[in-house]
Structure formats: C-alpha cells, structure tokens
Design a protein around this ligand. Sequence first.
Ligand code: DGJ
Length: 326
Amino acid sequence: MRLLALLAVLLCFFAPPALAADAMITPGVQWKDTSGNPIQAHGGGMIKVGSTYYWFGEDKTGTSQGNAWFRNVPCYSSSDLQHWKFEANVLTRQASGDLGPKRVIERPKVIYNASTKQYVMWMHVDDGGHTITKVGVATSSSVCGQYKYLGSFKPQGNISLDIQLFVDDDGSAYFFGEARAAGGLRLYKLTSDYLKIDKLVSVLEDYESPAIFKHDGRYYVLGSHRTGWRTNDNMYTSSTSLSGGWAPWKLFAPKGSKTYNSQTTFVLPVTGTAGTTFMFMGDRWQPSSLGTSPYVWLPLTVSGTSVSMKWYDRWYIDTVTGKWHA
Ligand code: DGJ
C-alpha cells in the first residue's frame, strides 16, 4: 500500500505538464459540436475567459435568404478551438418585439466589463426589409448564462447594420456600426459600463462586417463590400489611432478569391506562451440554406503594416503557445 502511495506521488511529481496538442482547423467544411450537431454560430465572435474560448453567433437552422429570422444566439465553449461544446442558447426568441417572430438579430458580439462584472452583448437588430436598423444590448453575469435584453436604439440617431465590438488595452470599449453609404462605417466609444454610446470617434469608408484587432500599437480593421450574402474580396485598413489616419483600404486575400469565398466576422487573437496568432473568422454563406454555411478560419500574417491570408485545407493551432503551422 505504502509503495503504491509513493509511486502515485512520484508520478504526480514527474508527470510532464499538460501539453495542448495541435488542434486541426479545416476551413470551409461543416463543423459539428461535441454532441454531433452542426455548429450554429454564424456571424459570430469570441471571448476568452481563463483558458476557455466562448463562441457566440447566429443560429440559422432551417433559414434562408428572405426568411433569415432570429431563432437563438447560442454559446459554445472550447479550450483548443477545434472541439466545441454547446453550452446554451443565451438569447432566445420571444413572443414579440426585437427578439420576436420574423425579426433579424445578427452578428452578436460579447465583451466583459471588469467594473460591473457583466458580460455585455451587442447585436444588429432589424426586420427583413432593413427598416429598423438598430443595435441591441443584453447583459449577463456569467459568460454563457441567460442574457437579459435591455433594448435597442440608433447610435446617435444613425442607422446601424453590421456591428463589431473591441476592448482596447486600457479597458475602453468601442463599437462599429455600419451606416450604409450615407453614414459610413462609424466607430463610437462606449460609456464605461459598455452599455451606451459615449461619442463618435471616427468615420471610415462604408464597409460591412467590420472586424478589428491591435498589433504592436496599430489597429487593423477588416471588412467586406456590400453584396448581401454573396461573398466579395474583403479589404483592410490600419491606423495607429482609432480616431483617424486610416490607410487606404487594401486586399488581404488574393484578388478574385472573394476572401476564399467568405465574409469577415471576427479576428481572434490566440495568445499563448510563445506569441499571438491573429485568426480570421469568416462565413461562407449559403443563401438557400444559411444554417449549413461553413466557417472559414485562417491564420492572418501581419508583416510590417501589411496583412495577408493564405488558404490551407487544414492548419494547426496550439492555444497554449499561440503558434500555428500548416
Ligand atoms: C450582409 C451582412 O453582412 C450579413 O450579416 C447579412 O445581413 C446580409 N447582408 C443579408 O443580406
């Protein structure tokens, strides 16, 4: 007995620390969750809590162009970015109102407010004809808990379609609202509770599906042209300041590839012990069957101030080191 106990102690002591195996990412094919169901997190975004990634998006099951009505905002969890566990539908259809039947809720994004200890979700709120064009806000005290819907509004009176959220190093948070040709892609600073607009910070050229990341003191914004569910050559700009100085927009994927047939939704920084990989997340929309739209995730290369992206049928990411390889 004593010998066994000693052996157990020795094993614990000398056992190598858990090493995360490379996780394989296969862009452009349908992915299932750990229960074998198709992952429904379209137009999605992510937040990392501890060493776990949480993926939120649109449940598009059974919907298609012209009837892409709100069903749920699901939340999935993973520590390796490959195996995703369905946690809960954190926002679900209600009897009436913004979350009611025949309404559109798109591109939900979640950030965490350390002062209020609330997870804060912003989303595009609309109807089929884009006559509402508002942004909605919901909060929860746990990342995959039931979010309380607080209501919707037009940021400073401007229409708002595709959205994005971003928290800067100093904890200030920002919101992108796409306001079509008349209003451009508008970047607003949020109030310190992340629930309201504080002020307009910048107006960029009108691109849809904005995503933003920061690297070496420079902000990079990716976005798509406005072609509905059809994919196009997405572009990026960058600046050292959120309030201006945006460089001319350029391609980051090969011309004519239509961003490898996808539309930007988010850029996830995967930071580990050896560095950061900025992972492009896009949607390959299938207008006749939106719920079967595959996800396109690829590693971005940032070289100087240039961003580029190559195609890999499969590639590998290690969330412990933050490194990727083909
Ligand atoms: C483009 C947007 O980026 C999508 O989220 C969706 O709203 C489609 N338009 C609908 O046509």
